[in-house]
Design a protein around this ligand. Structure first.
Ligand code: UD1
Length: 440
């Protein structure tokens, strides 16, 4: 068992490289099984969810080679269409293999997906949409089987712009003999990235990033090369860390366009920001100001995945902030852990009222889920004294070596291997800080 130890209360100062987007690379890896050839994917983050995806690809008969952040996936050898319960339960995103494996192999059988316990997370929209495309679905509440035989494409109107359902429809329809239209599609940048990857392999997808997406089926997809977009959620987590700890960071390899939904919130918090080409400098000269109201929503509204880290930063704000979660019904569980640092938060249904306090103190806390875990790191950086963050496997699902990234900006942070009661021999990076070296 590992935990993260943070000696907080020290301002950040340095450059932080933003890795590729988790929510892009996962559907792209699921899409790679559609390609009878090689996908060379650059800027892939090293995450436990990516490892889980690669295990699925291998279980289907595919293979991959990893070289730094480049993954080369070969799917021409894919010859199996059943995904085990164990592999499906490793993450929620495994559900997008339903569309790609059914389309590639003619059928797919799998168990209900796992993932963060942030809500009921049904898959009704996915199944209804695939039925509309002509796929035959059998679902007993746990096992799902999907057959392509009579699938033809069609017009799907989503009752809600679900990210995963939009991806599944794209994956299920690119190889069909017919045209598919998705109305009320999700508009997240990761959808556009998936479409760009598939189009580079010969797919005909138009309108990704808008509410209507049109897919004209093609008979084959060919070998391709693609670079995954930067992770906007990692970027907003680092921005929250700067708000919490104070100081300055330059985020390298970001898309400022993709950060548009969060920039006004950081502006209201009093951040001084400069956007450059593929980089963003952010500085907090004082404790953040409170934010009147942050409400999560579908893109281009404020992302639900950034809600927990921003809440953590607002715990030390000057004044009272109101945060409303509209996407997932159980996504405020980190609030009670944040209160262990001395935060003043009142949760009522899907709303959290955060009354900023001048000081947080170190605490022994446990990650509730992926982004809730990142929120605890953010709070600990701004808390005075030593904090211990347990259940860090949640964080590793979506952040590649978060402690290394933060140490490179001067944070006093390390991962400890609890079993041996000694620090793991992680080589921490040289500090890019202009103040001095990171402690390692
Ligand atoms: C994706 C992201 C996740 C992000 C979320 C919302 C990935 C790997 N994960 O998750 O990080 O928090 O988008 O931006 O990209 N819903 C239904 N029925 C369905 C599908 C969804 O009711 O069939 C509901 C969900 O319960 C939830 C809402 O729709 O309340 C949003 O879910 P969705 O957009 O599908 O999120 P995910 O694709 O699971």
């Amino acid at each position: 068992m590992q935990y993260i130890q943070i000696n907080g209360g020290k301002a950040l100062d340095g450059d932080i490289n933003i890795h590729g987007a988790k929510n892009s690379v996962l559907p792209i890896l699921a899409a790679s099984v559609l390609i009878e050839g090689e996908s060379v994917l650059h800027n892939c983050p090293d995450l436990s969810d990516v490892t889980a995806c690669l295990k699925i690809i291998r279980s289907l008969g595919g293979s991959y080679i990893k070289s730094d952040s480049t993954l080369t996936v070969r799917a021409d050898t894919v010859n199996r269409s059943v995904i085990s319960k164990e592999l499906m339960e490793e993450m929620r995103s495994s559900i997008v293999f339903l569309g790609s494996v059914s389309a590639r192999c003619g059928s797919a059988c799998m168990y209900l997906p796992g993932g963060c316990k942030i809500g009921a997370r049904p898959i009704d929209l996915h199944l209804k949409a695939l039925k509309t495309l002509g796929y035959k679905i059998t679902f007993d509440g746990s096992n799902i089987c999907c057959e392509r035989a009579s699938a033809h494409g069609g017009n799907v109107t989503l009752a809600f712009p679900s990210v995963g359902a939009t991806e599944n429809i794209i994956l299920a329809s690119v190889l069909l003999d017919g045209k598919t239209t998705i109305v009320n599609a999700a508009r997240e940048p990761e959808i556009e990235d998936l479409a760009n990857y598939l189009n580079s392999a010969g797919a005909k997808i138009r309108g990704a990033g808008n509410t209507v997406i049109e897919i004209e089926g093609v008979s084959h997809l060919y070998s391709t090369e693609h670079t995954v977009i930067p992770d906007r959620i990692l970027a907003s987590t680092i921005m929250s860390a700067v708000a919490s700890a104070g100081g300055e960071a330059v985020l390298k390899n970001v898309s400022c366009t993709h950060l548009m939904p969060v920039l006004p919130v950081f502006d209201e918090m009093g951040a001084v920001m400069y956007a450059g080409k593929n980089e963003l400098k952010i500085r907090f000269n004082n404790r953040p100001k409170a934010v009147k109201s942050v409400t999560t929503g579908v893109y281009p509204s404020f992302p639900t995945d950034s809600q927990a880290p921003v809440m953590a930063a607002l715990c030390r704000a000057r004044g009272t902030s109101v945060i409303k979660e509209t996407i997932f019904e159980n996504r405020l569980r980190h609030a009670s852990e944040l209160m262990r640092f001395g935060a003043d938060i009142v949760v009522s249904e899907r709303t959290a009222i955060v009354s900023g306090v001048r000081h947080l103190h170190g605490a022994d806390v446990s990650c509730t889920d992926l982004r809730g875990g990142a929120a605890l790191v953010v709070a600990a950086l701004g808390a005075e004294g030593v904090s211990r963050i347990n259940k860090v496997h949640h964080i590793d699902r979506g952040y590649e070596n978060l402690e290394y990234l933060l140490a490179s900006a001067g944070a006093d942070i390390r991962r400890v291997n609890d079993e041996k009661e000694q620090q793991t021999k992680t080589e921490y990076p040289p500090c890019t800080s202009r103040r001095g070296n990171a402690k390692s």
